[in-house]
Design a protein around this ligand. Structure first.
Ligand SMILES: *Cc1c(COP(=O)(O)O)cnc(C)c1O
Length: 416
């Protein structure tokens, strides 16, 4: 595949790194023709990195301050606080709620494990809620059941899986949790709108990810948005050892050397190198989002009539961020989801599964509270869910190639 270059000769997309020895699960499979996801770091972001590296200041500084201001403006929220990852953002947000140690925090069983780690690291207990088959997210019914079974919960982490909006207020109500004790895991949801409220403006604290695969990719990084001045202040301090706010200025001209540590903090600040990438990526974010929406529409149109493929749900109100395009492979497709993954991989098409439910991961199976009746909704979704290639880079031809492969695979299944 030729690599696009801008006028300055900076490659738009670098070649993927070679796989680590022994890590390719399909050693006999051909090179990927359509990877599951590619990060586009735009030329402007690449130039901004060079400028920061030459500036003499490479850790948290003016770029971080500017990125926070621009991100908050983008969403229309009072504060944005940049951190090292979404996982750190969730831990710092939970700590900022100042819940008693050992509090019960309700969350979806079908999500990335980072949120459960954050709850444990904040000194609390994750309580897993089952999911609705249609949305693969908890419903008011499953949240109310999980909360009732453990005698009530103290806080709630809401995830907008794949970027599909979920009604935060209704979920908090069903869980019996005040909106002040809700933290959103918005790792998939920059660009998601719930009703007419952008995600990032709804709950006490909303946590975004800038991990390499996310809609706004930096490589690594996270952000907390909040309208609460105290929460913002606390996180500004606890992201950097608990040092008094603005301690990062102490090596800048005019900065004083003296500081206090009054809070128990993490080392979870964002660097100016990351923030410079983030600022440039944010400027092209709406263009990338429009492309994701058109990729989703192209998949929908091509796959609508394929037997055994259930298309992702579209929101009845608000806006989907299309972080993932996740279909369900139903029994009448002909071959099962796992066999389909191998079949697609042999044709050079990358896919993924979001997510392995937390109770199936050894550590979280041991450390999370689970309903006595198990998590049948999560188990059912897990067997059938499949994420197809989706990013702002994938071309129409590549989408068509994936769809053609999906049509061929079901025909092969029918023939058996
Ligand atoms: C990626 C992801 C995270 C973690 O984000 P990091 O920035 O890598 O910590 C958390 N939750 C969900 C749902 C994710 O997909």
């Amino acid at each position: 595949m030729p690599t696009a270059r801008d006028a300055s000769g900076v490659p738009e997309i670098a070649a993927p790194p070679p796989a680590l020895p022994g890590t390719d699960p399909h050693p006999a499979a051909p090179a990927l023709v359509v990877p599951f996801t590619r990060a586009r770091i735009c030329a402007e972001a690449q130039q901004a990195v060079v400028d920061v590296l030459a500036s003499g200041w490479v850790t948290s500084g003016e770029q971080v301050v500017a990125f926070e201001r621009e991100f908050a403006q983008h969403l229309g929220v009072r504060h944005a606080v940049a951190v090292s990852s979404c996982t750190a953002a969730i831990e710092l947000s939970l700590r900022a709620l100042a819940l008693p140690p050992g509090s019960k925090v309700l969350m979806s069983a079908v999500t990335f494990c980072g949120a459960a780690s954050a709850i444990l690291h904040a000194g609390h207990v994750p309580v897993l809620a089952d999911v609705d088959d249609l949305t693969a997210m908890p419903s008011p019914r499953t949240l109310a059941a999980a909360a009732a079974e453990c005698g009530g919960v103290d806080a709630l982490v809401v995830v907008h899986l794949a970027g599909l909006p979920t009604d935060v207020v209704a979920l908090a109500d069903a869980a019996g949790v005040d909106l002040d004790h809700v933290v959103e895991d918005a790792a998939h949801a920059l660009g998601t709108v719930v009703g007419d409220a952008p995600v990032g403006t709804i709950s006490r604290a909303t946590c975004f990810s800038f991990y390499a695969t996310k809609n706004l990719a930096i490589g690594e990084g996270g952000m907390v948005t909040t309208n609460d001045d105290d929460v913002a202040d606390r996180i500004r301090q606890t992201r950097l050892h608990g040092m008094s706010a603005d301690a990062w200025r102490r090596y800048l001209p005019g900065g004083g050397w003296r500081y206090d540590v009054a809070l128990d903090g993490l080392k979870a600040n964002m660097t100016d190198v990351q923030a410079a990438i983030g600022r440039a990526q944010l400027r092209r974010f709406e263009v990338d989002q429009a492309r994701r929406a058109s990729v989703a529409a192209r998949y929908d149109a091509a796959l609508a009539e394929v037997p055994g493929i259930r298309l992702p749900l579209r929101p009845s109100a608000g806006r989907h961020a299309w972080h993932l395009y996740a279909v369900r492979i139903e029994a009448d497709y002909g071959i099962d989801r796992d066999a389909l993954i191998v079949c697609l991989r042999q044709q050079g098409i990358g896919t993924s599964v979001h997510f392995i439910p937390l109770h199936r991961l050894t550590w979280f199976g041991r450390h999370c509270v689970m309903p006595a009746g198990g998590l049948p909704g999560a188990d059912g979704v897990f067997e059938r869910i499949l994420s197809l290639p989706m990013d702002a880079v994938v071309s129409d031809d590549e989408v068509d190639l994936v769809c053609a492969a999906l049509v061929r695979a079901t025909q092969r299944g029918d023939a058996r």
